[in-house]
Write a new protein. Structure first.
Ligand SMILES: NC(=O)c1ccc[n+]([C@@H]2O[C@H](COP(=O)([O-])OP(=O)(O)OC[C@H]3O[C@@H](n4cnc5c(N)ncnc54)[C@H](O)[C@@H]3O)[C@@H](O)[C@H]2O)c1
Ligand SMILES: O=C(O)CC[C@@H](O)C(=O)O
Length: 395
C-alpha cells in the first residue's frame, strides 16, 4: 500500500516528482489521505479526515490551517521557513520603488489619455503631479525581522536607505544576520513616527491581527507609504482608507485585494504574488515534500510549527512514533507499557516544544496492534503509529 497525499493548490512539479511510485499516490484532494499538501487553500473550512497524519504548507504562513486542532490530534503542521523569502523581498523592494515614484497612478494617468493632437503636451503637463522621491537617506521601517524582513533590511541598506526595525521576538540567528546599521525601534509607534515607508513582515495570529489600526496610524509620519505583504488582516483596512483620506498615509501597497480596497486612490493591490516565482515555488515544494517524506517514512520532524524537531538514525525495522502532551511521566508510562508487553527498547528519543512532546522508539521486535491501542489510551497520548521501513514491508 502507498502513502496517500492529497494536494490542494498548484504545487511545483519539482516537489511533487519526489513522491515516487509505488510508495506514494498523489492527487488533487485525494480521499483518505495520509498527508495534505497545500498553499493558500483555506483548510479551516474543510473537514480533515482522521487518516491524516501530517499537513504541509508549501510556504511560510500557516494561518489557513487549523494548527491548534491538529495539535490536539497529534498531527504535525510543516512549513517552508525562508524558502520564498527572496521572492517576497524582491516584490517589496519593487513596491517601495512604486510608492517612491508614484508609478501606478502615473501609468493610470497615461492610459487615461485619449490619442489626440495635444497628446504629448498633456503628458508633459500632467507629469508634475507624479514627481517622487529617491531612496538614499529615506527611512524604511520594518515590522517583523524574520526571513523576509531581514532580507528587505539588507537590500534597503544597499540602496542607501536608513532602516529601523521592530521585532520583540526576533530569533538569535535572525538578529546575527541583520546588518549592524539597522536601528532598533522600541515600539511599532516608534517605527511609524520615524519612517517614510513601513513594511510589515509578521505572521497573522491573535497578537498581530489589526496591529496597524486607527490609533497607530494617527502617529504615522505625514506622507508615509505603508506596505503589507504579510497578510490582509494585520492591517485594519478601514483605518488605512481613513488615513489616506486624511492625507496622513500617502499610499497603501499590499498583496491582498479586497472589495473594500477596490477603486481607492492611493491604494495598490497585487493578487497575492509575493511568493509566485519559479524559484520560490520550487524551493517551497521541495522543502516541504522532503519534510513530509521524512515524517511518513521515518517519523522524523523538521520545520513543524507545532512539533519539536526530532531525528533518529533507524537501527530497527520496528519503529513507533508517539505524540503526547508535554506533561510529567509520559515517557515512563509509555516505556512501562512496552516492557509489560515484553518489548525491549533498542533506541529512543523524546523532545518537546511548548505543550507538545514527541517520542521515537526503535524496538527489538514488532509491537502487536493491541499494544499500540493500549498506549493510545494512556491519557495525554495524542497519536501513535508504527513505521515500517518503506523499502521492506512498506505500508
Ligand atoms: N505575500 C506572500 O506571498 C507571502 C509570502 C511569504 C510569507 N508571507 C507572510 O509573511 C509572513 C512572514 O514571513 P517570514 O518568512 O518572514 O516569517 P518569519 O517567521 O521568518 O518571520 C516573522 C517575524 O515576525 C516576528 N514577529 C512575530 N510577531 C511579531 C509582532 N507582534 N511584532 C513584530 N514582529 C513580530 C517574528 O519574531 C519573526 O521574526 C508569513 O507569516 C506570511 O504570513 C507572505
Ligand atoms: O503560496 C503562495 O503563493 C503564497 C505563500 C505565502 O503567502 C506564504 O505564506 O508563504
Amino acid at each position: 500500500m502507498a502513502y496517500r497525499v492529497a494536494v490542494y493548490n498548484a504545487i511545483s512539479a519539482s516537489g511533487l516528482g519526489r513522491f515516487a511510485a509505488p510508495h506514494y499516490a498523489v492527487g488533487k484532494a485525494l480521499a483518505d489521505a495520509d498527508a495534505i499538501l497545500l498553499r493558500s487553500h483555506a483548510l479551516q473550512l474543510s473537514e480533515i479526515p482522521a487518516t491524516v497524519k501530517a499537513i504541509a504548507r508549501a510556504g511560510a504562513g500557516v494561518n489557513n490551517i487549523p494548527v491548534d486542532e491538529m495539535s490536539k490530534r497529534g498531527v504535525p503542521v510543516f512549513n517552508a521557513p525562508g524558502a520564498n523569502a527572496n521572492a517576497v523581498k524582491e516584490l517589496v523592494i519593487a513596491a517601495v520603488l512604486l510608492a517612491a515614484r508614484n508609478v501606478v497612478p502615473a501609468i493610470g494617468y497615461v492610459q487615461s489619455l485619449a490619442a489626440s493632437p495635444d497628446f504629448e503636451k498633456r503628458v508633459e503637463d500632467g507629469k508634475k503631479q507624479f514627481a517622487g522621491v529617491e531612496l538614499p537617506g529615506r527611512t524604511l521601517g520594518i515590522i517583523g525581522l524574520g526571513a523576509i524582513g531581514g532580507l528587505v533590511a539588507e537590500t534597503a541598506i544597499r540602496l542607501g536607505m536608513k532602516v529601523t526595525g521592530y521585532d520583540p521576538e526576533i530569533t538569535v540567528d535572525n538578529a546575527w544576520r541583520l546588518p549592524g546599521s539597522v536601528k532598533r525601534a522600541a515600539s511599532i509607534e516608534d517605527v511609524l513616527k520615524s519612517s517614510d515607508f513601513v513594511t510589515i513582515h509578521v505572521p497573522l495570529n491573535n497578537h498581530t491581527r489589526h496591529m496597524i489600526g486607527r490609533e497607530r496610524l494617527a502617529v504615522a509620519k505625514k506622507g508615509m507609504a505603508l506596505l503589507n505583504f504579510s497578510r490582509d488582516a494585520v492591517v485594519d483596512e478601514e483605518a488605512v482608507l481613513a488615513s489616506i483620506a486624511d492625507k496622513r498615509l500617502r499610499a497603501y501597497i499590499c498583496d491582498f485585494p479586497s472589495p473594500k480596497l477596490q477603486g481607492h486612490a492611493g491604494v495598490v493591490t497585487l493578487p497575492h504574488l509575493g511568493a509566485s516565482t519559479e524559484e520560490a515555488e520550487e524551493n517551497c515544494a521541495v522543502m516541504v515534500v522532503d519534510q513530509l517524506k521524512a515524517f511518513l517514512e521515518e517519523g522524523s520532524v523538521a520545520n513543524a510549527v507545532n512539533f519539536p524537531s526530532v531525528e533518529m538514525a533507524r537501527e530497527s525495522p520496528h519503529r513507533i512514533a508517539i505524540a503526547n502532551a508535554n506533561v510529567p511521566n509520559m515517557v515512563g508510562q509509555i516505556s512501562t507499557t512496552m516492557a509489560q508487553a515484553g518489548l525491549n527498547i533498542h533506541n529512543m528519543v523524546n523532545k518537546s516544544k511548548g505543550e507538545m512532546a514527541y517520542t521515537l522508539v526503535d524496538l527489538d521486535s514488532e509491537a502487536a496492534p493491541d499494544l499500540l491501542a493500549r498506549i493510545a489510551h494512556i491519557p495525554g497520548v495524542l497519536s501513535i503509529r508504527a513505521i515500517p521501513p518503506i523499502s521492506g514491508s512498506a505500508k
